[in-house]
Write a protein that binds this ligand. Structure first.
Ligand code: HIF
Length: 292
């Protein structure tokens, strides 16, 4: 983490960042058949979270500020398998906008993906600055999927997230799927894997989930009829009464989910960063809103 310094990028305005947004969104559209027609949206969201999820509040190390995911040690974290696809997707954007820092690129990628997949508007601030390889945090700061509510709760203590914030964040698991080769888990959470909605909570509450051992020997919760799955850390939200309360609230009210998700996701991608007061958040228009 760190303090945003004065750089060439500081001269850029909302229109410049909207241009980057448009370049990412247009490329998403052009390459929408990636990963069995999921497109790049889900992997871009996951990338934005993994580059941010290395933050440690105790010493303000890691996080999205330094853009250190671009270095091998962080990119090769076994818990980030598959995210190289997101990085490769963003390489041409990086070339097109050389003034943009990597931390800003990775987080703007997530914001663009969420909005283009019909999700909420995420106010986004610029100002991350590339840090050198010596600042790459050690592997082991990202969460594992194998455990229950106690693990999830204590993991997100690292970011000071409340139960409500944890549940609001986890709704992003409506997107994309687990790939056996990446994580040892297998299957999607919903059939609309590239539409941002509150379906994660609805599925968790209303479908019947059976614990099964998958082909990699890991326990996951399956719904045979629909072909969906839940990770143990997802199912934890159903098992824990304090979490369950919020699962119900978000299943019943998509606007509430969008509002709370926006707050906690913004917190996640800004963890540890002190933005100068003049760095006002940018609010982007979707391609559709621009008539594109
Ligand atoms: Fe994920 N997550 N996540 N995740 N995640 C996977 C896939 C995605 C966890 C584990 C996994 C969040 C929290 C947690 C996305 C976004 C977010 C996979 C499967 C695993 C194992 C990867 C693969 O096999 O390709 C754990 C343990 C989390 C904490 C409890 C966030 C809230 C939901 C923070 C978040 O935003 C997305 C998107 C995907 C789908 C990626 C894809 O390639 O389709």
């Amino acid at each position: 983490g760190g303090i945003a310094l004065h750089t060439a990028q500081q001269e850029k305005n909302s229109e410049d960042y909207q241009e980057v947004y448009n370049a990412i969104a247009t490329k998403m559209r052009e390459e929408k058949d990636f990963d069995n027609n999921n497109g790049y949206g889900p992997v871009l969201v996951r990338l934005s979270w993994h580059v941010s999820g290395t933050w440690d509040k105790r010493d303000n190390s890691g996080g999205s500020f330094g853009g250190t995911y671009r270095f091998k040690k962080e990119m090769n974290d076994p818990l980030s398998r598959g995210l190289q696809n997101g990085f490769k997707f963003l390489e041409s954007i990086d070339k097109q906008f050389p003034w943009l820092s990597h931390g800003d690129l990775f987080t703007l990628g997530g914001v663009t993906a969420i909005q283009e997949m019909q999700g909420p508007k995420i106010p986004w601030r610029s100002g991350r600055v590339d840090e050198p390889e010596s600042m790459v945090p050690d592997n082991g700061r990202l969460p594992e999927p194998h455990y229950g509510a106690d693990y999830v709760r204590s993991y997100y203590e690292r970011f000071n997230f409340t139960d409500q914030e944890v549940v609001a964040l986890l709704g992003a698991h409506v997107l994309g799927k687990a790939h056996l080769k990446n994580s040892g888990y297998d299957g999607p959470w919903d059939d609309e894997s590239n539409i941002f909605s509150n379906a994660f909570y609805d599925n968790l509450l209303k479908l019947k989930w059976t614990p099964e051992i998958n082909d990699a020997g890991n326990k996951q919760y399956d719904n045979k009829e629909k072909g969906y799955m839940m990770l143990p850390t997802d199912y934890a939200l159903f098992q824990d009464p304090k979490y369950l309360k919020y699962v119900k609230a978000y299943a019943n009210d998509q606007d509430l989910f969008f509002k709370d998700f926006t707050k906690v996701y913004t917190k996640l991608i800004e963890n540890g960063i002190e933005f100068p007061k003049e760095n006002k958040p940018h609010l982007f228009k979707t391609l559709k809103e621009q008539g594109k």
